[in-house]
Design a protein around this ligand. Structure first.
Ligand code: CS2
Length: 496
């Protein structure tokens, strides 16, 4: 039996479900309706309407395929959020999603949803690469073919800056206030960067429009945190077996959840503080903590753990030396953080250790390894730069970056080929092909890719030598042995 509104009465009576009126107006349009949104923002809006606030139903949009629409629309937007921790599990039916549009099928429908009078908020989880920014500088890729095509066809945009600008232009033409654009992706200063991308795009279209957006539209930054592995067919089958209904749109996640939002809104503002969201004037410190501690060590585990032959985060965490490597990454990152009031690094690190060790999530390392070129700058390289400027060595960060470099070879330690899933994969492949077999040449060739590394790291002897030493060890001894032997703590660069 497929989950639908009609089936609600036949579901197990203990299952938590929405008791609010789901026909109330849509106030939020969400771009990029993946598992993360369903386990995070949609759960907060569900709680908000459950608490009696009205007008915050979500119209989701997929920017590429019709897969999520085919999962959710036949279920009237309903789905299960399945929380799994080492201590136990809990299931909840979430009702905040009204329906899902598929942007490539009908961009006009999405633009009209965003420009509808009731829409106050456009939220985004489009992943790092979805913003069409240079990952290192954060500038809009104005020369990219898809951006150029959106500028030539402003009414049929396919990119995020093109869609947001088209919808803001429609609101301006209709005499409506600008909606608030709320980025929920793991990029630093995500609000400022989204704003800069939209302004750069709008300027190329119409300088008056750019001015109107600059003067009236809010782009708050936010920090989002919840571990949400991709749902598998086995998860869906298992839920059906225990719960008695089939839910093609279910998501699995951990109990932990956090959302810190900059309090800057241009239209109606959802009172998210009622449901545990922290509204603040300064998100930057929280963003940095999360990107450098959680995401930095996640990427470290992903490359080294997958190279060592593990499938999931909790398996890597249990393998010899990995938990200590994660501690070494945190030791290097912690001095670069400005702790906001209420933040205690030891407590945060302990909680992260427990979260990563959660065996019930089965969080795939390859999922985290994806799109490394877009993630490295804020997760590992910014920390490395700051430490270097202070004269501090960073052997653990260098081992993690060398593991990313090893990953770019697209061949595991048994010589089996795999696909490097990354928008810059063809560039890293070409750099490695031109470099030949020597680790020193490979490091130099990859460091020369400015979109990832900027132009300042390539000349820093302490960093380059440590990367070459780490890549040499990884290639000769393999990741498991390097981590088990405590290589990160042992590498002692002559000159940081
Ligand atoms: C992960 C994140 O896939 C990844 O790159 O590091 O999705 C991580 O699970 C979330 O940011 C946790 O909040």
């Amino acid at each position: 039996m497929r989950l639908t509104r009609k089936q609600l009465d036949h579901l197990p009576s203990g299952l938590a479900r929405p008791s609010y009126d789901r026909s109330q107006p849509v106030g939020v349009v969400h771009l990029g309706l993946g598992a993360f949104h369903r386990a995070h923002q949609a759960v907060y809006f569900d709680a908000l309407m459950q608490a009696g606030e009205r007008g915050w139903m979500i119209r989701g949009a997929s920017l590429r395929s019709g897969r999520v629409a085919a999962q959710l629309n036949p279920q009237d937007g309903l789905y299960t959020c399945h929380v799994r921790d080492a201590e136990g599990e809990a299931r909840q039916l979430v009702g905040s999603i009204h329906d899902v549009l598929v942007a490539p099928d009908d961009p006009a429908a999405l633009i009209s949803a965003m420009s509808a009078a009731e829409t106050a908020l456009v939220t985004l989880t489009v992943t790092e690469k979805g913003y069409r920014l240079d990952p290192q500088s954060g500038a809009l890729l104005l020369g990219a073919a898809d951006i150029q095509s959106d500028l030539a066809n402003p009414d049929r945009p396919t990119t995020v800056p093109g869609l947001l600008t088209a919808a803001l232009a429609a609101r301006r033409a209709a005499g409506l206030a600008a909606f608030t654009t709320l980025s929920c992706d793991n990029i630093p200063d995500n609000g400022r960067r989204t704003r800069a991308a939209v302004l750069a795009f709008a300027k190329a279209r119409d300088p008056d429009l750019e001015r109107w957006i600059a003067d009236t539209a809010a782009f708050p930054s936010s920090m989002v945190d919840r571990i949400v592995p991709a749902t598998t067919l086995a998860d869906i089958d298992a839920l059906e077996n225990v719960a008695g209904y089939r839910d093609e749109a279910m998501v699995k996640t951990e109990g932990f959840t956090q959302w810190v939002v900059e309090d800057w809104f241009s239209d109606r503002r959802p009172p998210l503080e009622l449901v545990g969201v922290e509204m603040t004037d300064d998100v930057a410190a929280w963003e940095r903590i999360k990107l450098r501690l959680l995401n930095g060590s996640h990427s470290t585990l992903a490359y080294l753990g997958a190279l060592a032959g593990h499938d999931f985060v909790h398996q890597a965490m249990a393998a010899p030396g990995f938990a200590d490597l994660v501690e070494a990454i945190w030791d290097e990152a912690e001095p670069t953080l400005d702790a906001p009031a209420g933040f205690d690094a030891a407590t945060y690190r302990n909680a992260l250790t427990r979260r990563f060790a959660n065996p019930a999530l089965e969080h795939s390392l390859v999922q985290i390894a994806m799109d490394g070129s877009q993630k490295l700058p804020q997760r590992l390289l910014a920390t490395l730069r700051e430490r270097h400027a202070r004269g501090d060595a960073s052997p653990a960060l260098c081992l993690a970056i060398a593991a990313w470099m090893r990953w770019q070879m697209g061949q595991d330690e048994q010589g089996r080929a795999f696909e490097v899933d990354d928008p810059l994969a063809s560039q890293t492949r070409a750099a490695l092909a031109a470099a030949g077999p020597e680790p020193a040449d490979q490091v130099a060739a990859l460091l020369a890719i400015e979109a990832i590394f900027g132009n300042d790291l390539v000349g820093r002897a302490g960093i380059v030598d440590t990367l070459v030493a780490a890549l040499t060890e990884l290639r000769s001894r393999g990741a498991a042995a390097c981590v088990a032997s405590g290589l990160a703590r042992a590498m002692n660069p002559a000159d940081a």
